[in-house]
Design a binder for this molecule. Sequence first.
Ligand SMILES: Nc1ncnc2c1ncn2[C@@H]1O[C@H](COP(=O)(O)OP(=O)(O)OP(=O)(O)O)[C@@H](O)[C@H]1O
Ligand SMILES: [Mg+2]
Length: 275
Amino acid sequence: MAIALHGVGVSFGPVEAARDISLAIPSGEFVSLLGPSGCGKSTLLSVVAGLETASQGSVTVTGQAGMVFQEAALFPWRTLIGNVAFGLEMRGDRRLSKSERLARAADALRLVHLSRFADSYPHQLSGGMRQRAALARALVLDPDILLMDEPFGALDAQTRSLLQAELLTIWERTRKTVLFVTHSLDEALFLSDRIVLLSARPGRVVGDYWIDAPRPRDPRTDAALAALRSRLLAQLSHEIETVARAEHDTDWHAETDAPRVPPPPPVLENVGADI
Ligand SMILES: Nc1ncnc2c1ncn2[C@@H]1O[C@H](COP(=O)(O)OP(=O)(O)OP(=O)(O)O)[C@@H](O)[C@H]1O
Ligand SMILES: [Mg+2]
């Protein structure tokens, strides 16, 4: 297994983010994590990346992991190729000369179709190009596992579907293990071998679905995929409603608890008459 989680729980003080997560992901599988906001998806990625420690359970990760976030955190003062080569510099790989590092960075930029922009600075690029650069920066280290946290969440629909298709091509070529967090069911259905559905916080696994529909996929023409989509949508909506209800209740209590107006004093005139 590339990733094996057994009974993983993560708490931040009194906040229980994830509970009893068991998940075995074989090498080369493309898995999407789907669930309502705040259910612990990013937390789980951080645990797999080793940036956060689990409060309970065991985490086994075989191989090196690379991370891609929603907002590409590129250095504005470095060119694209400089940004991509940075990871190799950080790793302090003494076997690689500067020209070898640049050659590898150029290869990674080619994979994401950014060769023409190697000498551009991040501010000269569109959001989609910056996300491609972030992917190149993860790929240049040739990780065994790609951890992607809503990498296309901030992009417009057209750019998003272009990058999804590119990611699939790269994945089919490299067969890296991918753990991909998204809020989009359609994105998960388009990309993944498997969709893991998490409950409202604390996140627990409430669904684990394998998708064997051939790629490229289109739920409009694939009846089995459409049926799976409806089923997942119903389950996901249920979890999202749970969050909405809990948030509504919290605000409701906050509103009624906060500015307490003292009750009017009891009217005493007729007390004697009642007794
Ligand atoms: N470092 C931290 N310190 C304290 N609480 C945290 C920390 N990181 C996450 N949390 C809490 O853990 C819970 C899960 O957060 P997480 O970011 O993993 O959710 P998510 O599923 O990624 O949400 P979203 O879909 O909105 O990105 C939230 O209640 C959050 O406030
Ligand atoms: Mg998140």
